[in-house]
Design a protein around this ligand. Structure first.
Ligand code: NIG
Ligand code: FE
Length: 420
């Protein structure tokens, strides 16, 4: 059999385990590697994998020499706010002056200022801007991701954002899972009428479902935003309409969003900085993935990070994401998040790679298509300019990808490469 592509001379091939449920606790600490390996691709899928030696017998239309470096599954970013108008660099000075994130929001800034910019932008403008950020995300090794709405807070703009996500999914090589985050903040004209606003967002679910504009819904459960009761109501309505559910939970105050996520069988519970002991032990007994966003804690200048060690050691499934958005984490670089996870969450390199590949795929229901390199699975593969997997979290803040492939096609490639 002649293959389309053969990646040979792989110094270290990363083979995270693909199981039916996300990797939990001890299983997160295991990471299989194959040294001196090769991978073949045909019809966009992985068609063979074995040793570099054996690959000499293989024929392929194109050979990619990995030069003895690291090759991994494409990274998965399971939490982004990809589509938005404008930017918020003015807020940095406010934060430096000590104004709290939730106070900026209370004064009509923060999320609400992006809402205005997103309402003002045309669908075409949002598409072009989203495409720019998406390409940068892909260049950093991500081949599957999630994107949320939530900067519209009205029917017209929420649908506009979701349509842009759909178009980006259809026109780019990447797979993008869409999440409806209508209840992301309370719009100014609904202050004091939060339940009426929530009803309006619930009222959009039918149309979103009918047009297949989102697979999941999400809600910001936080002091001054939505209560756990309101979150429960929204999640119940979402499930009833056939959506999977996610929640921005216990980011700043421990309201019990983590527990609620488990009770509602959410595919993921995200942030969890203030998650309680009870919440963590509930998570450990569930298949809900804890999507941790340490880049956000870092960017908000907080000292307290999510308790990843306790979560993993208790047996929970942990994943990592950028939370890319214009306010609380302004970076498209998931590798940087992997470094912050090492430095601040004290996660090991093995846990970090499982978190950013297979568990991230589970967090958006994409585990059958993404997160691992296996025969028959889409060939989403990254050749890194790094000697081994420990190197990526270690050397921080820059892009280490050399070749990024999605479904066997090159999405991004760097001309030069570094000699170790
Ligand atoms: O996940 N926490 C709520 N939402 C976003 C921030 C959005 C923004 O500040 O624009 C987050 O951090
Ligand atoms: Fe977020």
């Amino acid at each position: 059999m002649r293959h389309d592509v053969l990646i040979n001379n792989i110094g270290q091939l990363l083979l995270p385990k693909n199981t039916e449920t996300p990797l939990k606790g001890e299983a997160m600490k295991q990471l299989e590697t194959m040294e001196n390996a090769a991978v073949a691709i045909s019809g966009g899928k992985v068609s063979w994998l074995g040793s570099h030696e054996e690959s000499r017998q293989k024929e392929a239309d194109r050979v990619i020499d990995a030069e003895g470096k690291l090759v991994s599954p494409g990274l998965v970013d399971p939490h982004t706010h990809l589509v938005f108008g404008g930017s918020r660099e003015e807020e940095m000075a406010l934060k430096q002056a000590g104004v709290a994130y939730l106070d900026i929001l209370k004064q009509g800034g923060g999320i609400l200022s992006t809402v205005q910019a997103t309402r003002d932008a045309s669908e075409e403008e949002l598409f072009e801007k989203g495409k720019f950020h998406l390409e940068r995300i892909a260049s950093h090794g991500v081949t599957t991701m999630e994107a949320k709405s939530g900067y519209g807070l009205d029917k017209k703009t929420e649908l506009k954002q979701l349509k842009v996500v759909k178009k980006l999914n259809e026109t780019s090589k990447l797979d993008i899972t869409a999440t409806f985050l209508g209840p992301h903040a309370i719009p100014e004209d609904y202050k004091g009428r939060e339940d009426a606003f929530l009803d309006e967002m619930i009222g959009l679910l039918d149309e979103i479902k009918k047009k297949n504009l989102a697979q999941y819904t999400d809600i910001f459960c936080e002091t001054g935003v939505f209560t756990t009761e309101q979150s429960l109501r929204f999640m119940e309505a979402s499930k009833e309409k056939g959506f999977g559910v996610k929640i921005h939970a216990d980011e700043i105050d421990p309201l019990g969003g983590t527990e609620l996520a488990v009770d509602m069988d959410a595919v993921s519970a995200d942030h969890l900085v203030a998650a309680s002991d009870a919440g963590i032990s509930k998570l450990a007994d569930s298949s809900t993935v804890a999507v941790l966003l340490p880049g956000t804690t870092f960017y908000l200048g907080k000292d307290t990070y999510a308790r990843a060690r306790k979560m993993i050691d208790s047996g929970a499934a942990v994943s990592l994401a950028t939370d890319f958005n214009p306010g609380s984490c302004v970076t498209e670089n998931l590798q940087l998040i992997m470094s912050i996870a090492a430095l601040k969450l004290k996660m090991t390199p093995e846990e970090i790679w499982n978190a950013a590949t297979v568990n991230a795929a589970h967090a958006i229901g994409m585990e059958k298509q993404a997160g691992t390199i296996e025969i028959g699975k889409p060939a989403d593969i990254v050749v890194w300019d790094a000697p081994n997997y420990k190197y990526i979290p270690y050397h921080y803040g820059v892009n280490h990808t050399r070749t990024v492939m999605k479904n066997g096609e090159v999405v991004w490639e760097r001309a030069d490469s570094h000699v170790f």
